[in-house]
Design a binder for this molecule. Structure first.
Ligand code: ADP
Length: 398
């Protein structure tokens, strides 16, 4: 069964064609700069054939039509006809309180998603455009929506409410939602599988560390708490996002710097985090290089990040009533042995000992704590597309 996984952003579309018999990726690609000059599609097939197509992609419809041509291209594609695609899985950022699991898409659902756009104005509208267009181009097959927020709908009310007047929860649905749910679900499940245990019997903390970073406490196989909140701005300091700060800083800066709402949003989302602190880069490779050369602010940004992770691990151990497994994933979690080592050294008080040799690896599933450690530390590369394809398969074959 062939499933197309689509992740539609405002100016980009990521896609993967998956064969669900063996759960293999037949090809993956990215359409960039949609609606902007210099748009192009990059695609790589399982056979290693790379296609770079520089072509005007004025809108998502043209982009998706062109993607389907690339997928069925005689030389660079993986299939001869689009009718071989049996279902499409769509990543949707915000499912609000309405969705605690993936759903088959119909006209009514699209209306609900449009209503939810208020909660995720940057993310949901392009997701909806992608869904509508894909249904037009690939009619007659099941389309499934897989939500970034769904896994976190198990978080109890005392953990998802904020200390603001209750009426704003009722009026605007202001509460913690959490994101990266598909990744946290996949990684916690896979970690249990690797350890030969059922996910229900483990207390797991998943650290998804990438451009956007979030940590989730998983108990009994469900999300108990997570660091991102009403939006993905909360929790850890990230590449360019603040993470948690005293909310009074926002109005203070707006007044002192005479900032508009747009400028403030830009400051908090695009100019802050490790980029803002270091003044160098949002990319952890650059920061590690700079810190190794003695740059103090790069070092400060890295220590703030590690310290924040350690604080959250402590808090979530309390939320879970103990801890069995810490898992690292995402671009930084999978690739940076230095960041993993910083965090694990901060957990020495638990008796956890890092296996430096095992930790010296990139992008692989590996246990990086020494045998006999009271807490197991491991790396599990995330695979959100596989998770989306699996959920799509289940709903499409029901
Ligand atoms: P996104 O949140 O956009 O999905 P990723 O999970 O792909 O991001 O993570 C991207 C980040 O991973 C980069 O910004 C970079 O900081 C970090 N990264 C990638 N490779 C390494 C590496 N070898 N060492 C340190 N950091 C890395």
């Amino acid at each position: 069964m062939l499933i197309l996984v689509v992740n539609c952003g405002s100016s980009s579309i990521k896609y993967k064609l998956m064969d669900m018999e063996q759960e293999t990726v037949l090809l993956s690609g990215l359409a960039e700069r949609i609606g902007i000059a210099g748009s192009r599609i990059k695609q790589e097939s399982q056979a290693g054939k790379e296609l770079v197509l520089e072509q005007d992609l004025p809108n998502h419809k043209v982009a998706l039509e062109t993607i389907l041509k690339c997928i069925t291209d005689q030389t660079y594609g993986a299939i001869s006809d689009i009718s071989m695609i049996k279902a499409v899985g769509h990543r949707v950022v915000h499912g609000g309180e309405e969705f605690n699991k993936s759903v088959l898409i119909n006209d009514e659902l699209i209306k609900v998603l449009e209503e939810l756009s208020d909660l995720a104005p940057l993310h949901n509208p392009p997701n909806v455009v992608g869904i509508k267009t894909c249904r037009e181009i690939l009619p007659g097959i099941p389309h499934v929506a897989v939500f970034d927020t769904a896994f976190h709908q198990s978080i109890p009310k005392h953990a998802f409410m904020y200390g603001i007047p209750y009426q704003y929860y009722e009026k605007y649905k202001i509460r913690k939602y959490g994101f990266h749910g598909t990744s946290h679900k996949y990684v916690s499940g896979r970690a249990a599988e690797i350890l030969g245990k059922s996910v229900e019997e483990l207390k797991i903390i998943v650290c998804h560390l990438g451009n956007g970073s979030s940590i989730t406490a998983v108990g009994n196989g469900v999300s108990v708490d997570t660091t991102m909140g009403f939006t993905p701005l909360a929790g850890l300091p990230m590449g360019t996002r603040t993470g948690d700060i005293d909310p009074a800083i926002v109005t203070f800066l707006m007044e002192k710097e005479n900032l508009s709402i747009d400028e403030t949003n830009n400051l908090l989302n695009k100019q802050s985090g490790v980029l803002g602190v270091s003044g160098i880069s949002s990319d952890f490779r650059d920061l590690e290089d700079a810190a190794n050369q003695g740059n103090e602010r790069a070092e400060l940004a890295l220590s703030m990040f590690a310290y924040s992770i350690n604080k959250w691990i402590g808090a979530f151990t309390a939320a879970l009533g103990g801890l069995d497994v810490v898992v690292f994933t995402g671009g930084i979690g999978e690739n940076s042995k230095d960041m993993r080592a910083r965090v694990l050294k901060g957990l020495a008080y638990t008796g956890l000992e890092i296996d430096e040799e095992k930790n010296n690896s990139r992008g692989k599933e590996v246990i990086i704590s020494k045998p006999g450690s009271p807490i197991t530390a491991m790396v599990v590369p995330t695979n959100e597309e596989l998770m989306i394809a699996r959920e799509t398969k289940v709903l499409a074959t029901r």
